[in-house]
Design a protein around this ligand. Structure first.
Ligand code: EPZ
Length: 428
């Protein structure tokens, strides 16, 4: 098991470059299947979810070739069997995007039920409702989802709940349908817009991405393209919070400030200075952190993927803050780990009361999921003493070279591979 060892108390200073967006590339790599020609994707982040997605394409018969560290050429025209092997699909949630893309291309697909971060109940009923509305039959067969249809018929689809995955899967399935598909109550995240721009660059006809009504006029063929993935708004937000928590001075480069608006607004309310430039933001802190209420909402609201990180910062504020998780049933699993570092947080369902504690103490902790792991890193950077974070594979699913980027900002962090020698494991 790999772990991070962090000696806290050092201010982060300098510049950091943000990588391509995990949740955009999670949709765009499967979308390449829809193309009748090879595609080139640029600004690909070096994270394990990308490796898994590319591996799935390769196992299915695609030709995958890295042209440089962040550019990959994919020729998926060799894929003939629309089946994603269970062993590959179970490793991450976004494997279910292969359902939409394979249905869109082959009119049938067989993919395992999704895995991914445990954040409470994460059904896919809206995905299946959309596929059924588009004319497909969906059958659960021993943990695999089987969908197929003679023809995909453009339809009106209304989501009962705003779902990023459901919106993405429907776009992938409908882009080559017969006729017009209208998605109502669609998700509006930046990665939804990025997927629409990618598909349109291949010749798709998608309008309204980024609003709650997306119209997709089906087209017969999609050609090859070269496309650059947008920067990761959540990685950027994570570094903004880390810079603030260490009262540092950090320039965060290769960002789209508009994607960070809700994060910037909350950080300024907490007392953090955020200076905006064309494609970067600078974080400094002068005074005390101020207690602030946060409620996570679909975009353009405050992103749920920043909730553990901002709650960690609020532990260092004066007074009690209220954090409400508006998206998932159980996204406070990291609180137990933060309590080991001195946090004083009480959780009742979807609401957490975060008391200011002045500072964290270093301690051995375990990452329970991707963003929880990021929150523990932030706490370790700000803590007095040494923090050891186990199960960092969760973090490496969505953050490229986190320890290298933090070390370049002056953090005392290193990665250790030592099976079972964690103090915490010994104590269990
Ligand atoms: C995507 O998950 C992201 N994952 C998540 O990021 C992110 O937290 C989430 O969107 C919200 O922004 C990827 O993009 C790979 P949803 P997804 O469908 O698509 C309910 C990270 O840390 N729902 O928008 O699974 C669901 O239970 C990860 O990067 C249904 O009820 O999220 C949840 O309460 C974690 N039925 C809410 O909707 C459905 O059919 C939002 O889920 C689908 C969803």
């Amino acid at each position: 098991m790999e772990k991070f060892i962090i000696k806290g108390g050092r201010r982060l200073q300098g510049e950091v470059e943000i990588s391509g967006a995990k949740n955009a590339v999670a949709a765009i790599i499967p979308a390449v299947v829809l193309s009748d020609e090879p595609c080139i994707l640029e600004n690909i982040p070096n994270i394990s979810d990308v490796s898994i997605s590319l591996r799935i394409l390769y196992e299915m018969g695609a030709d995958v070739k890295f042209l440089d560290k962040t550019t990959v050429r994919i020729d998926a025209t060799g894929i003939t069997e629309p089946v994603v092997p269970y062993e590959m699909a179970k490793q991450m949630r976004s494997s279910y995007y292969f359902l939409g893309t394979l249905l869109g291309k082959f009119r049938r697909a067989r993919v395992s039920m999704p895995g991914g971060c445990y954040l409470g109940d994460r059904p896919i009923d809206q995905h299946l409702k959309a596929f059924t509305t588009l004319g497909a039959t969906c059958v659960l067969d021993h943990g695999m989802i089987d969908i197929q249809t003679e023809e995909i018929l453009g339809s009106q689809i209304y989501f009962d709940v705003v779902t990023v995955g459901g919106t993405i899967n429907t776009m992938l399935a409908a882009v080559k349908a017969t006729g017009m598909t209208v998605i109502e109550n669609a998700a509006k995240e930046p990665h939804i817009v990025d997927l629409a721009n990618f598909l349109n660059s291949m010749g798709a006809d998608i309008m309204g991405a980024g609003t709650d009504v997306i119209k997709i006029r089906g087209v017969k063929n999609l050609k090859g393209t070269a496309y650059a993935i947008i920067p990761d708004q959540i990685e950027a937000g994570t570094f903004m919070v880390a810079a603030a928590a260490t009262r540092g001075d950090v320039l965060i480069k290769n960002v789209i400030p508009k994607h960070l608006e809700s994060i910037t607004a909350k950080l300024e309310k907490i007392g953090v200075n955020v200076e905006e430039f064309d494609d970067s933001v600078r974080i400094t802190v002068d005074g005390p952190f101020v207690k602030t209420s946060i409620k996570t909402m679909p975009h353009p609201g405050f992103p749920t993927d920043m909730q553990p990180q901002i709650s960690t910062l609020l532990c260092l504020a004066e007074g009690a803050s209220i954090v409400t998780e508006g998206i998932f049933d159980n996204r406070f699993r990291y609180v137990d780990e933060l309590r080991r570092m001195g946090a004083d947080i009480s959780v009742d369902g979807k609401v957490a009361v975060v008391e200011g504690i002045g500072s964290f103490m270093g301690a051995p902790v375990m990452a329970t999921d991707l963003r929880a792991g990021a929150a523990l890193v932030i706490a370790g950077l700000a803590a007095k003493g040494v923090t050891e974070i186990g199960d960092i594979h969760h973090i490496e699913r969505g953050y490229e070279d986190m320890e290298g980027k933090l070390r370049a900002l002056g953090a005392d962090i290193c990665k250790k591979s030592a099976p079972g020698d964690s103090i915490r494991q010994a104590a269990l």
